[in-house]
Write a protein that binds this ligand. Structure first.
Ligand code: F6P
Length: 366
């Protein structure tokens, strides 16, 4: 399918939402209409919208008015609808089925010539699978976790660390008033980007990330030392995926019918309990949770999302199927979807940013 043959494109948002999704949709619709004269169909609730009836609607120029600064996604999202491994319950038991043929039929009946898929590693892997089945498709990377290796940064991350920083600033004042050790658990899955950067930005005393397993004893010693030096309050920022040396990540729940079965969480509570038990100090946890995924995107995320939305439509027009747009500073570039999902981007324990934090006295609990 070449530029001349495309008449209508589809666009969907998959996986967990994040600030900036609407800005991508807006930019893609505007570029498709203004630059190429294409029609756009919005698919609702991620791939679920291509597996069921009544979940597709025309996205006209007017539909994207006023959504640049709005959080979430006007199309809805889902992380439960992998067409290749569609999970559903029969008599209480989870059954898995390949529904990709249904999806191909649906694309045909909707007369969608090419697809833009906005998502994280799970959604982009599905997009790669569909590309290999012949669907003209391009991907746009999103996630607050910033854990995709093929792009300098994912949109949503900047807003998430600003939200977390603001929350930790507020937690600090109450920590100081009550002489408490406040443990703030942030998201990020298996990568410590949110904890590291929100931790530095909020002046945390201890930052715990999955890439640097911590020693509980070390944390106890640091807090005792701080108290000895008259510092009666401390802030610990812990990534949900952080783990003790020789131990495992805290799994809160296994969600069997989700594409992402492991739900992390609980490390903050465990740490606050351990600290209160070991040291004569009150320790409390705060789990920031989905607040990090919500709200209006930062100016940085609005700009990046806009550039990626424009880039995705241009990539389709060039016939760059099976690729994902990405930020290769200072340009918007592209990589194959296959390469894009090959590797997780994690914090390097010896990186300049980690070392800068250590230089100003931040401990990683090693
Ligand atoms: O990938 C984004 C993210 O917010 C992770 O940081 C977190 O572990 C996960 O999604 C939570 O997903 P859900 O909202 O499905 O529980």
């Amino acid at each position: 399918m070449s530029k001349a043959e495309i008449k209508k494109i589809g666009i969907l948002t998959g996986g967990g939402d994040c600030p900036g999704l609407n800005a991508v949709i807006r930019a893609a619709v505007k570029t498709a209409v203004l630059q190429y004269g294409w029609k756009v169909t919005g698919i609702e609730d991620g791939f679920e919208g291509l597996l069921s009836d009544g979940k597709a609607r025309p996205l006209l120029f007017d539909c994207v008015k006023g959504i640049l600064g709005r959080g979430g996604t006007i199309l809805g999202s889902s992380n439960r609808a992998n067409p290749f491994e569609y999970k559903f319950k029969v008599h209480g038991k989870i059954v898995t089925e390949d529904r990709s043929p249904v999806l191909l039929e649906r694309l045909k009946s909707l007369e969608i010539d090419a697809l833009i898929v906005i998502g994280g590693d799970g959604t982009l892997s599905i997009a790669d699978g569909l590309h290999k089945m012949g669907v003209p498709i391009v991907g746009v990377p999103k996630t607050i976790d910033n854990d995709l290796a093929s792009t300098d940064i994912t949109f949503g991350f900047d807003t998430a660390i600003n939200t977390a920083t603001e929350a930790i600033d507020k937690i600090r004042t109450t920590a100081e008033s009550h002489h408490r050790v406040m443990v703030v658990e942030v998201m990020g899955r298996y990568a410590g980007w949110i904890a590291l950067q929100a931790g530095i930005a909020s002046g945390a005393d201890i930052i715990l990330i999955p890439e640097i397993p911590f020693k509980l004893n070390e944390i106890h010693e640091i807090i005792k030392e701080r108290i000895k030096n008259g510092r009666h309050s401390s802030i610990i920022v812990v990534a949900e995926g952080a783990k003790p040396e020789g131990g495992d990540m805290h799994i809160k729940k296994i969600v069997e019918d989700s594409a992402d079965t492991i739900r992390l969480g609980g490390i903050g509570e465990m740490l606050a309990q351990e600290i209160s038990d070991e040291i004569n100090v009150e320790s409390r946890e705060t789990v920031l949770g989905h607040i990090q995924r919500g709200g209006s995107p930062s100016a940085f995320d609005r700009i990046l999302s806009t550039r990626l939305g424009v880039g995705a439509v241009n990539l389709l027009a060039e016939g760059g199927y099976g690729r994902m747009v990405c930020l290769k500073t200072p340009n918007i570039d592209s990589v194959t979807l296959e390469d894009a999902v090959k590797q997780l981007k994690q914090v390097s324990p010896n990186s300049e940013m980690v070392n800068a934090a250590k230089s100003i006295g931040v401990s990683f609990g090693e």
